[in-house]
Design a protein. Structure first.
Lengths: 727, 153
């Protein structure tokens, strides 16, 4: 099998090289010979998929059959490992994950080449770009990180899979994330190919729309599964720690989101062509950067499961990609002239512009924080740590502005929106969100009373402080004035807790998103209600079916707002750690935990210790929780926490087995009450659902149920457009 | 309108002034900026590493430092000196580390400037007056009038 895998990989590299070189020749020659050559290149590309599949199957087979003659299998599996985790061994190590990257890319390429009739010339050029990427990864797996390396002696058992990865979500999370990372190669290849051949019109945008949306969905699911894994396995009580590898997965997501929004301007108005091309270039490059950060060990991370010198290969590849993109752009930029101009600052177009600016600003800020340790290492000789407090201070204000734009954007019309239109569209949503803000204050969420006041309800954790850059700017401004004596006030100001304010604003702005989306559905539904002679709900459904893209997008916005509500809960986490002997009580929030027993277990894969705790909420029993720690034998007794979590709509009770007191043998239990965490998961589901709806084709025709014929309005009916839309 | 703005500003100032910190809140907040140095890659107050050799000592030192220093920066500087620069996860606002604080807002400001410049370029200019509406040059007009007179049949 190892020989078969190696031969498949070598064969795949030859085929990919053929696809690339002949693809280039065919692109240069535009005659009949060129056409035939491009057809052979296409077939070679499809055959690459077969060859890489053969190699991937060979590795999976070796893992399933405990073939420890393979170095890779020896280091990432063992006999007692459950079968699903043996399957996951394919992507748990450096060599396997690169092979997995290659296989996913080959799969995407296979589907693309199979659907070449959509536009033969464009697909031929796109296939050539994909082949270039494929060659890079196949060179890596053939010569730098070959998964079929053999041991001198065959060991009796393997070293086992990293215990942190022995969790059901880990079987799904990496494939989803990789489907997202790799998937951006396709719109990138389309964009580059379209620019190379000066492709007329926006057809490449239409073709790539589905690819981009599906890729974005995969990446969203992958990131969320990773966050849930961190929450359930790492045992620190949170799900997003601004870890470099977490950030790396976030970069392409952010720029991909910006791309999904800005392409609408190109489709509808023929604007932002340069911007869109560079956005997809940057998104692809950030996907490669993400893989580099995860795989090279360049930054220290709890998610980085590999350290190697492979980084220089990725850096070189990034350089090549950048140069190719830049040269292609310089040669062809005149082709990207906008067809329309912005008519008004108060318009859908300008809201997209600001949305893109904010998303790129967040990306840049996170990129700065993630790469700053590397920069400081080069410049100063030591790594300065940039952690969660910095990321929170920098990104939360920008993020809140993004939520505001999410609320405002859909109510603005294409072209321009009149003042009367703005007033009419925003009146009720604004009133609603202000009422929500007031209700929160009435319900004891009063940020100005300080965190001590809220402690009885929630406890403020780490979103504290005023952005120091703003503080610095204010200080500088003040230093120019005679009233310098006031400067110390800013030191005091900087030490204030703004977290509760941020949370309050997040909740108010999220309610504004709900209100604007609801108003859009209701207003459109009312127009159709009269036409179809039906009730409002049915009219709203019919409305959505007529423009799935638009209304699916609105549902995705609602999902985003729900996620923001979940994030707002972070500010109020509570935690408590305590020794728990038999009958001892731990009180946290509404919950009382009583120590009942302590158990140990042992099986072929791991030994474990667990505490058995009876749990009461407001004095009422709600069941038993068993936080556990496992010590994996094949990994030399490496510990892994199995957190016990109880989900409630408004909060999670999260309990960790933190160890034993060596003096008295009592277990140490750490408990957290994490408000609104479930909202994050539900919000992501809505986000994915809404985006999925946007992929569904519109209903072709809707029949009126009234006896007489009624002309159904089109989706572009002016009455379905926001009030104030220019004619 | 000016009065309303003043009242709003005053309300904001009062609201912020009321948010005074206790020592325990400062402990939680500063603890969220310090990383456990046992290489567990977790924040000090979140470290659940069984038998961690450093976190207990660091937490004890944090309580003492919060009590001793009234300024958060002094507490963080104490930890930088005692446990190394990497112990504090919030970069300093002086020297080289200031760069990481300044870069994002500068980039946003630049982005906004570029955006507004582009928007100004894109927005349609007021239409140029038609040639007929242009003010007449008296010298040219005199020449035209003479030409008309001289060519009149």
């Amino acid at each position: 099998m190892p020989l078969f895998g190696s031969v498949c990989l070598a064969f795949a590299l030859v085929l990919a090289c053929y696809c690339l070189v002949v693809g280039i020749i065919a692109a240069v020659r535009k005659d009949a010979v060129g056409y035939r050559l491009s057809e052979t290149a296409r077939r070679a590309g499809m055959a690459t998929f077969v060859a890489v599949t053969g190699a991937a199957l060979a590795l999976v087979w070796a893992a399933l059959t405990d073939d420890f003659s393979l170095t890779y299998v020896l280091h990432h599996s063992n006999r007692a490992l459950p079968v699903p985790y043996k399957l996951a061994a394919l992507w748990s190590g450096q060599e396997g994950s690169l092979l997995f990257w290659s296989w996913l890319l080959a799969s995407y390429g296979f589907v693309l080449r199979l659907r070449h009739k959509v536009d033969r010339r464009l697909v031929a050029n796109t296939s050539m770009v994909l082949a270039g990427i494929q060659v890079f990864f196949l060179v890596l797996v053939n010569f730098v990180a070959n998964p079929f390396g053999l041991m001198d002696r065959v060991a009796a058992d393997g070293n086992g899979l990293n215990p942190l990865l022995q969790y059901p979500e880990m079987v799904i999370h990496p494939p989803m994330l990789y489907l997202g990372y790799v998937g951006f190669s396709v719109p990138f290849a389309f964009g580059l190919a379209a620019l190379m051949m000066r492709y007329p019109g926006e057809k490449w945008i239409h073709i790539t729309r589905r690819w981009t949306l599906v890729t974005w969905i995969f990446l969203t699911i992958g990131i969320t599964l990773g966050a849930h894994w961190a929450y359930a396995v790492l045992g620190w009580g949170g799900y997003w720690g601004w870890d470099p590898v977490e950030n790396a997965s976030f970069f392409p997501w952010l720029t991909g989101t910006a791309f999904l929004h800005s392409v609408m301007m190109q489709e509808k108005r023929g604007m932002m062509k340069v911007w869109n091309v560079w956005l997809i270039f940057v998104t692809f490059m950030l996907s490669i950067l993400g893989t580099l950060l995860t795989r090279s060990g360049l930054v220290s991370s709890v998610h980085a499961f590999a350290q190697s010198s492979i980084g220089s290969w990725f850096v070189s590849f990034l350089g090549v990609v950048f140069v190719v993109c830049l040269v292609t752009y310089i040669v062809n930029y005149k082709h990207l002239e906008a067809e329309n101009k912005l008519q008004s600052l108060v318009s859908r177009e300008s809201s997209f512009l600001f949305n893109n600016l904010v998303l790129l600003a967040v990306t840049f800020a996170i990129l700065c924080g993630t790469l700053f340790p590397i920069l400081s290492d080069w410049v100063r000789g030591y790594k300065i740590t940039v952690g969660a407090p910095w990321f929170n201070k920098v990104t939360i204000p920008i993020g809140l502005f993004l939520v505001f734009l999410t609320a405002v954007g859909p109510l603005l019309a294409w072209g321009s929106t009149s003042y009367a239109g703005v007033k009419r569209n925003f009146k009720w949503p604004t009133v609603f969100s202000l009422l929500v803000g007031l209700a929160l204050v009435v319900q004891s969420m009063r940020p100005w009373m300080g965190t001590e006041h809220i402690r009885s309800w929630f406890v403020w954790q780490d979103l504290a402080g005023f952005p120091p850059a703003l503080k610095l700017a204010l200080k500088t401004l003040f230093s120019l004035r005679p009233w310098k004596a006031l400067a110390p006030i800013f030191d005091w100001f900087g030490a204030l807790n703004l977290g509760p304010y941020y949370s309050w604003f997040a909740l108010v702005l999220s309610s504004l998103v709900f209100a604007t989306v609801a108003s859009e559905f209701i207003r459109g539904g009312r127009v159709l209600q009269g036409k179809l002679n039906t009730n409002l709900l049915a009219a709203m459904y019919a409305l959505s079916r007529r423009n799935m893209r638009r209304y699916g997008g609105y549902i995705a916005h609602v999902g985003f707002a729900v996620v923001v509500i979940g994030l707002a809960g972070l500010a109020f986490n509570q935690e408590k750690e305590q020794e728990m002997g038999l009958g001892d009580k731990l009180q946290i929030g509404h919950y009382t935990l009583i120590g009942q027993d302590y158990t140990q277990d042992d099986n072929a894969n791991y030994g474990s210790e667990a505490a058995l705790l009876d749990v009461y909420k407001d004095g009422q029993p709600i069941g038993r929780m068993n936080p556990e720690v496992r010590f994996y034998k094949a990994s030399g007794g490496q510990a892994d926490h199995k957190v016990a979590i109880r989900h409630f709509p408004l909060e999670d009770l999260y309990v960790i087995y933190a160890g034993k007191n060596p003096d008295n043998g009592h277990t140490i239990v750490k408990a957290f009450v994490n408000p609104l965490v479930s909202w994050v998961w539900v919000g992501v589901m809505l986000l994915v659902f809404g985006t999925g709806l946007a992929l569904v084709p519109n209903a072709v025709a809707v029949r009126a149920r009234v006896p007489q014929a009624v002309t159904a309005p089109s989706a572009e009916d002016s009455r379905l457009q926001p009030v104030g839309a220019s004619k | 309108m000016k009065r309303l703005a003043e009242i709003l500003l005053l309300c904001c100032a009062v609201a912020l002034l009321m948010g005074a910190d206790s020592e325990n809140v400062r402990f939680q907040r500063i603890g969220g900026k310090i990383m456990c140095t046992c290489s567990c890659a977790q924040m000090l107050l979140q470290c659940n590493h069984v038998g961690c050799p450093n976190s207990d000592q660091m937490i004890h030192q944090l309580r003492g430092a919060v009590h001793e220093y009234s300024n958060d920066q002094d507490v963080l500087n104490f930890f930088r000196k005692t446990w190394g620069v990497a112990a504090v996860v919030e970069p300093d606002t002086h020297g080289f580390e200031l760069l990481v604080w300044v870069l994002p807002p500068v980039a946003i400001a630049l982005g906004l400037v570029v955006l507004f410049v582009k928007i100004r370029q894109w927005r349609p200019r007021p239409a140029q007056p038609a040639p007929a509406d242009l003010p007449l040059d008296p010298h040219l007009e005199a020449l035209r009038s003479r030409a008309r007179q001289e060519t009149e049949l």
